[in-house]
Unconditional design. Structure first.
Length: 141
């Protein structure tokens, strides 16, 4: 069975570079060990001034993201900043958890809700990726 990872994390309230750079790093490293990646930023014009308000309909964003989450075996979620609310990311985490999809969070968190719904919480992206690399190699379960 192929392993598919959905990359949840901030898109609203952050720069396009922030939203995409960690996803590009994760994609590069994780595809190298056999994962397929589902990236909610792919194909979107994140530089458009209305990208997070009216460029897309709520249904276009939410239904597409839900379908990707349902196709995933693992969720890798970025929760690294204290200055943004992570509303969509929190909903993606809960949505995945309710479907029995393991959630790996990076960025650390003090949130009871995030820690409860996450299988693992990592301080940084590289620790999370390293764990997933070991998982892919069968070093850990």
């Amino acid at each position: 069975m192929s392993k598919i990872i959905y990359l949840a994390g901030a898109i609203d309230c952050v720069s396009p570079t922030f939203a995409t750079s960690w996803r590009q790093t994760a994609t590069s490293r994780l595809t190298a060990v056999g994962y397929s990646i589902l990236d909610p930023t792919a194909g979107k014009d994140l530089t458009h001034p209305d990208v997070n308000t009216t460029l897309y309909t709520p249904a276009q964003i939410v239904e597409t993201d839900k379908a990707m989450i349902e196709s995933a075996n693992i969720i890798l979620a970025e929760i690294s900043r204290l200055d943004i609310p992570y509303v969509g990311t929190s909903m993606e985490i809960l949505y995945a958890w309710e479907r029995g999809i393991p959630v790996m969070v990076w960025g650390g968190t003090k949130s009871y809700w995030i820690r409860y719904h996450a299988k693992h919480v990592f301080e940084g992206l590289h620790e999370a990726i390293e764990y997933l690399e070991y998982l892919a190699e069968g070093v850990i379960e």
